[in-house]
Design a protein around this ligand. Structure first.
Ligand code: 26W
Length: 826
């Protein structure tokens, strides 16, 4: 045991003293010994992490209580961010950054013979999300706390988060992510705020005392929603907001009934059934699967959260809902929580006795919907029969909303039955489905896309009929990321250099980072900039070597594509380029080639066979390339397993070339692109999603553009002949010959034929071959630029300097001003 009388710290501030908290090293000691009962000669790292985490959390709690008190003591408007996903990652280092505790924590850990980095490594990522949509929700909460906005996040406390990915024989294997084993110091259970959720049963109709007809949900099977609160700290501003995550559990009396009937085993089995609801995150983004359990999760989250908000409303204002609509706003993170529309109607009518018209006016004045995808296969549709069986009362309400909407349409556009059919919330046919996006649009006062192009495509394509009907509902909110996690925390070398050069205001006002631009012309600054990048590259070299056994070279160009594996994101195009380079090396055609290390990472949905095959291909190509002596100095390829938030924290500071190569019109925004830019990577990208805005901000001379535009893609598809392109381009032909000839996997002939025939298919939705030549040429321009390191560093600095627009603080300020109409709590 180290020094038993820890030295006092300079960092103790007033509120900590008031809260009875001692210096950090004393607090760690106290928690190790008394909270965790760990008094051993050798301090176990896991225990040290937990003692440190609890010590840091204690400091948050004082501010958390203050913030809560302020919230409770005002009649101001509040916002609720409803999301099935919050991809938080680690909380310890984030809290330390926000509380400005780094120095005292480092000192304290030194007396235990360890470092902050080592302690931080003990924390499991909170991986309660799939990808962009979930990480966006986490960045948004960070920005809301930074801006002191009264915003509460509501989500599900999945027992198992996003699966852990292993690679076995080149293929993805999924392991369950039991992130809560060993306890979670970042949550507080609040069982006193549990809510009751109905499922199944039927609707009963009647007439109330005033002669008004009513419906009510009868014979339901109920489960409990128990909240666990996570603190969301602002940046050194005394604000700590709340993320409330619901866990499902069996109701007490249900068990009792069974128990009294002698059915002990049945009672326990029923308990498991209830607890299933929050057991596991669905690991698919971009294709809905229509599973009953997923619908249960959605309703569970929404009903618990709305009941929570209404309960608090009644506690503060009584049962007068007149001002409810103007004092509350629910932001729906995609359609996943869209049943909030009929559920708020139900609660207002069935539980609080409001009539339809009043309830509808309130509902449509406080719901706002964000769309995150244009892919038709990702649009949620629930079968009416499943919906009606699981949520009978909600299905009634949806039918009524639809009937009234159809009436409204008929008045505005008489005699257009085709239009009514197109816009109905329920698509007809022999197996009718509820169109969740339409339900969200009809029930909301705001509908937004997540980047300029994406919003335009929503208005002109997917939601064109609705845009014509309600043009004012539609608006754009280009995504952003928090510079606190994605620069200050993950890239301390760059953070310190930037702060030394232009001051520290950029941490809360990223527009200020443009002050860096003039330093791009300063040779000595460029040298320091490059030194930071090289330092970060060596950290990534170690990270990759440990996990894959492949050794990247420090002088090579670090070329990175990390994101979910999906055909539209075109990891295949990246692989085609690598194979092309390999082919040139084998032929001795290496003039103007720059040494490159290509890193690809990302998870494939477990049921998405083609995405999984792409992973296998990357690994098989990597094997051949990395074992080719001629390629040794010039080319490396790695598939990095288990890409997640904490991996990106090592990857993005070290990246030099950011691959954003989706088929134009398919990537709604992208947010990884922003993290890379902030950390000084240059982008090679198609005109898709936020890439367009990145290029606008940084200037076209500092961006490697390739490929067709969304409009050109649409046109190409009408008469696409990839085989003619292949026949006319010797480079792509050679690449395909290698692939089809089994060069990368001679023992399993034909294993990749699904991929190659997809590339050759005139109906290939991703038109990969159409962009091959232009991609290869843009990569050549990259090589040329990288040869002049001074110029590369100049462009790198300009990328960071132009990243101000991509702070989630800017995005959230726009949500607050233009959608929520909410002001900071001071
Ligand atoms: C129902 C299954 C399902 C689950 C998740 C369908 C679709 C999703 C998400 C919409 C997928 C997603 O994460 N979309 C990403 O959202 C980011 C944040 O707005 C954007 O930056 C990405 O472009 C978009 O793909």
């Amino acid at each position: 045991m180290p020094n038993s009388s820890p030295k006092t710290q300079a960092h103790t501030d007033m509120s900590n003293t008031e809260a009875g908290l001692g210096p950090v090293d004393q607090e760690i000691y106290r928690h190790l010994n008394f909270t965790l009962g760990h008094h051993h000669e050798e301090v176990n790292k896991e225990y040290l992490y937990r003692a440190l985490a609890i010590s840091v959390r204690d400091r948050l709690i004082a501010q958390w209580n203050d913030t809560q008190e302020k919230m409770d003591g005002t009649e101001r408007k509040r916002v609720y961010y409803l999301s099935l996903e919050f991809l938080i990652g680690r909380s310890l280092t984030n809290a330390i950054l926000n509380l400005d505790l780094e120095d005292s924590v480092r000192d304290a850990l030194q007396s235990y013979g360890t470092t902050l980095e080592e302690a931080a490594e003990q924390e499991h990522d909170a991986g309660l999300g799939n990808g962009g949509l979930g990480r966006l929700a986490a960045c948004f909460l960070d920005s809301c706390a930074n801006l002191k906005l009264p915003v509460v996040g509501y989500g599900i406390r999945y027992e198992y988060g996003m699966f852990n990915q292993r690679i076995e024989n080149g293929r993805q294997v999924e392991d369950p992510d039991h992130w809560l084993r060993g306890g979670n110091p970042w949550e507080l259970a609040r069982p006193e705020d549990s809510r009751r959720i109905h499922f199944y049963g039927n609707t009963e109709y009647g007439v109330d005392a005033n002669g008004e007809p009513y419906g009510s949900w009868a014979n339901s099977y109920d489960v409990l929603a128990v909240p666990y609160d996570m603190p969301i700290p602002g940046f050194r501003n005394g604000t700590v907001n709340t993320l409330r995550l619901w866990k499902s559990s069996a109701t007490a009396e249900f068990n009792l009934e069974e128990f009294n009937a002698g059915g002990y085993s049945e009672a326990v089995a029923q308990k498991n059934l209830a607890e299933q609801i929050s057991m596991v995150l669905y690991p698919n983004d971009s294709s809905e699967n229509g599973k009953e359990l997923r619908l249960k999760q959605q309703y569970f989250l929404v009903s618990a959260s709305l009941q929570d908000v209404l309960h608090n409303w009644v506690a503060q204002y009584g049962k007068d809902f007149t001002n409810f609509g103007e004092r509350n706003c629910f932001q729906l993170n995609d359609t996943h929580p869209a049943c909030a529309v009929p559920e708020l109607m139900r609660l207002l009518m069935d539980e609080y006795g409001l009539g339809w018209d009043k309830a509808w006016k309130i509902t449509t004045s406080c719901m706002a919907y964000t769309n995150h995808t244009l892919l038709p296969e990702a649009l949620e549709r629930w079968s009416v029969s499943l919906y009606g069986r699981l949520l009978p009362r909600l299905m009634d309400i949806i039918r009524e909303i639809d009937a009234r909407f159809m009436k409204e349409l008929a008045q505005k556009f008489p005699n257009q039955p085709e239009l009514y059919g197109r816009m109905s919330l329920i698509d007809g046919g022999h197996d009718p489905h509820v169109r969740m996006a339409y339900l969200a649009i009809v029930g909301s006062f705001s509908v937004n896309g997540v980047a300029g192009l994406h919003t335009e495509l929503l208005k002109s394509g997917l939601f064109a009929d609705f845009y014509k009907l309600w043009p004012k509902k539609f608006n754009n909110k280009t995504n952003g990321v928090t510079q606190r996690r994605w620069l200050s925390h993950c890239n301390p070398g760059l953070r310190d250099l930037v702060t030394e050069t232009i001051g520290s205001d950029w941490q809360t006002d990223l527009e200020k980072i443009s002050d860096l631009a003039p330093y791009a012309e300063d040779a000595s600054f460029r040298t320091r900039w490059q030194a930071v990048k090289r330092h970060n590259k060596s950290a990534l070299i170690d990270y990759v070597a440990q996990r894959t056994g492949v050794h990247f070279g420090l002088d090579a160009l670090f070329d990175v594509q990390v994101k979910r594996i999906h055909e539209y994101k075109r990891q295949l195009l990246n692989v085609l380029h690598v194979i092309h380079l390999y082919d040139r090396i084998c032929q001795g055609d290496t003039a103007d080639m720059v040494p490159r290390c290509v890193l690809i990472g990302g998870k494939a949905a477990p049921g998405y066979h083609i995405a999984k095959l792409i992973i296998k291909l990357i690994n098989d190509v990597a094997n051949v390339v990395n074992n080719e002596p001629k390629a040794n100095e010039l080319l490396k390829l790695v598939f990095l397993p288990n890409y997640r938030v904490s991996a990106m924290e090592v990857i993005c500071p070290a990246t030099e070339l950011s691959e954003q190569i989706s088929t134009a019109g398919k990537e709604a925004s992208g947010t990884g692109n922003m993290k890379f830019m902030m950390n000084g990577a240059l982008t090679i990208g198609a005109l898709d999603g936020a890439n367009i805005e990145i290029r606008e901000q940084v200037g076209k001379e500092n961006f490697f553009l390739f490929g067709q535009t969304a409009a050109e893609v649409a046109k190409t598809r009408q008469a696409y002949d990839p085989n003619a392109i292949i026949a006319g381009d010797a480079d792509v032909e050679r690449v395909l010959t290698l692939l089809e000839g089994g060069h990368f996997n001679p023992t399993e002939p034909g294993i990749f034929s699904v991929l190659t025939s997809g590339l050759r298919n005139p109906h290939d939705p991703w038109v990969t071959i159409a962009d091959f030549r232009s991609f290869i040429d843009a990569q050549k321009a990259v090589n040329k630029a990288y040869t002049d390191q001074q110029d590369w560093n100049r462009m790198s600095i300009l990328n960071t300097a132009a990243s101000g627009w991509f702070s989630s603080d800017r995005t959230i300020q726009q949500y607050a001003d233009e959608i929520w109409n909410v002001k900071p709590l001071n």
